[in-house]
Ligand binder design. Structure first.
Ligand SMILES: Nc1ncnc2c1ncn2[C@@H]1O[C@H](COP(=O)(O)OP(=O)(O)O)[C@@H](O)[C@H]1O
Ligand SMILES: [Mg+2]
Length: 328
């Protein structure tokens, strides 16, 4: 077992406690990115072996992040039944000889959306709408059950569950944070204008971040940060956008052509624009509204594809075949 992994028990709330010996040797799978260290391991539950991820907050000063995330996931899974698009919670991990929470045991997921996008370059409209709808459903569930905002929505915090081919929201470490005079929590390039201004947040702030994600999936590039650009540039961008004094270079990049239908293309642009409206009053007001429009667009897009496929076929069939003419 890794020397860094020092804990004395994992409390699986519904199944009692598990000692380190009952886990197969945990393997570190994440060393970069945020504050957490994530290990892969397996547990035996009866005859079944389940793969799990152990997420540790190595720094004691950040223990409150682990505790907050435990509280949120415990509430959503144990008290509210959980949701397929929210990372599944198994239990908390306690520091040696104390009851202090230092980590979580959650389901093991595969690739994150940032890595997936990097490999693919950009994603087709249908896939973006499918992923978008799944993420939106997970967040609709959490906000319906009182989690006002995730506060750190970005492609790195959306992961794939291959067994069900579903995308899952992870990292609820900031969800319980209340406004702090001195610190703005979040990832600047992915935050809404009101998150930058350190105001109280609700689901409309996540909806802004979600619009940035959809944009990124369709173009393959973060709409605001470009190669070599600094977070400060982004702050300027958001501030000027909020004041509606948009410099041409700071405007949202135009979405690429992802449908042959002008109507679908325009609807898509209007939906993303509404998500990213600078003032929260102009955005979708809640997740169910977002889901309705994503579903509708998906339906319209697939009917269009079906019809244009039929038209293509008919045109192809209408091509005159070569006729042999016999001349005496
Ligand atoms: N359940 C999981 N299964 C597999 N890998 C995970 C899981 N949760 C997180 N990771 C990996 O670890 C990284 C950091 O985890 P995350 O929960 O986002 O914490 P933070 O960003 O606060 O450090 C993720 O971006 C992902 O690559
Ligand atoms: Mg994260």
């Amino acid at each position: 077992m890794s020397a860094e992994l020092t804990f004395n028990r994992i409390t699986f709330r519904s199944r009692g406690q598990l000692r380190p010996g009952q886990l197969s040797a945990p393997k570190l799978i994440n060393t970069t990115g945020g504050s957490a260290k994530v290990y892969e391991s397996q547990i035996q539950i009866g005859k079944r072996t389940e793969k799990i991820a152990l997420k540790f907050v190595p720094d004691k000063a950040l223990a409150d992040l682990a505790r907050d995330e435990r509280d949120v996931l415990h509430w959503l899974w144990r008290e509210r039944g959980g949701h397929p698009n929210i990372v599944k919670f198994y239990g908390e991990i306690n520091r040696k000889e104390s009851t202090e929470v230092c980590g979580l045991a959650v389901e093991l997921l595969a690739e994150d959306l940032a890595g997936y996008l990097k490999n693919k370059g950009s994603l087709p409209l249908d896939e973006v709408l499918t992923i978008g709808e799944q993420v939106a459903k997970g967040l609709a569930f959490s906000s319906e059950h009182g989690v006002k905002a995730h506060k750190d929505l970005k492609t790195e915090n959306i992961m794939h569950r291959p067994e069900t081919n579903e995308w899952v929201v992870v990292d609820f470490a900031l969800a319980k944070k209340v406004r702090d005079e001195n610190i703005i929590y979040g990832t600047p390039a992915c935050m809404s204008p009101e998150q930058h201004r350190n105001e109280e947040l609700d689901q409309r702030s996540d909806i802004f971040s979600f619009g940035l994600i959809l944009h990124e999936l369709l173009t393959g590039q973060h709409p605001v940060l470009r190669e070599g650009e600094k977070i400060d540039d982004f702050l300027l961008w958001v501030t000027s956008l909020y004041k509606r004094k948009i410099e041409p270079k700071q405007e949202f990049p135009v979405l690429p052509k992802v449908s042959r239908s002008q109507y679908i293309q325009e609807r898509l642009a209007a939906i993303v624009e509404k998500m990213c409206a600078p003032a929260k009053e102009d955005r979708y007001q809640d997740w169910p509204e977002v889901i309705t429009d994503l579903k509708k667009l998906k339906q319209e897009s697939s009917s269009f594809n079906e019809i244009s496929g039929l038209i293509d076929e008919a045109l192809f069939e209408a091509q005159p075949e070569a006729v042999e003419i016999e001349i005496d």
